[in-house]
Design a protein around this ligand. Sequence first.
Ligand code: AN7
Length: 359
Amino acid sequence: MPFRPRYTGLIDKYRDRLPVHDDTRIISLGEGNTPLIRLNNISRQLDKEVDIYVKYEGLNPTGSFKDRGMTMAITKAIDANSKAVICASTGNTSASAAAYSARAGIIPFVLIPDGKIALGKLAQAMMHGAVVIQIQGNFDDGMRLVKEVAEQAPITIVNSINPYRLQGQKTAAFEIIEELGKAPDYHCLPLGNAGNISAYWMGYNEYFQTGIVNQRPKMCAYQASGAAPFLRGHPVENPETVATAIRIGNPQSWDKAWAAQKESGGWFDEFDDQDILAAQKLLAEKEGIFCEPASAISIAGVMRDVKSGKIPEGSVVTCTLTGHGLKDPDTAIQQCTVQPIKIKAELAEVKNAILQNMG
Ligand code: AN7
């Protein structure tokens, strides 16, 4: 019987590329090592020869890519003897911070926008015992308050302005390169607070500069039209989108994201809510992959850019699906036009329902 060592998370795997020591106490939930799935049906539908892969980050322990950064941020907070951490969040960061803090035995304070966080994410923060502070404001207000509080209290910020977050998140680029045997030609992802694009670019650069690969992808990042500061060229006041994860008007990693786009030769683009939801539904229906609305914007992006020829035939493209669809069941159910069929618990009625829906 073949044995292999138990997978114990990305810090153990990439120890020599991360700022930890041999005796660092690692706080891990087995994050990373997520599947890179090739899209079959959607690619065929595009009628172009393009290889599209999705990095399904929804399969991380708390259901989003944030876990990659959080294992590092909480590990380093413990290393520095921190007793409490704080973040502002549109939902996923708070869920992840809550889980890793529970694991580490420290107190997480999370500031979330009142009423604008997906149900699953709120449930996670509450279940893991975070101190949930709902503010009458948006993510950007929360971020400002978190920075102010951390100046006056001994508390560690675990938003992506914490440099260890990006260190952890860069490992997704390593995994993609290892699986493809090379860097992709294009990498598409959603753009919110801009930590993730910065982290991927860091990861791709690291493998490029150490000679592991001889090319880097063009970074293509997409925003919701109602929350698109990178498209407007300046912060926006009242960001609004159904993709609440990226309802952000004043991204913290502004310069890093621009650098990634410019240095890679990629681009930024935007989609309205309708396009975002259509992409989410298409991916679920045609490929069996359920991601949250914000994540689906990378699918909308790759489809538009392949169709237009901006991404040429013969390209290898990777898309990050940043969060799991189960995070936001309300939005999912609301956009399903076909309702469950309600019948009596009788064979004849079941048969009838089957016959009417055989296609
Ligand atoms: C599913 O949780 O900012 O550009 O507070 O949850 O690195 O911010 C979430 C962001 C994309 C954007 N997709 O990534 C938070 C938060 C999902 C997300 C993003 C987020 P960044």
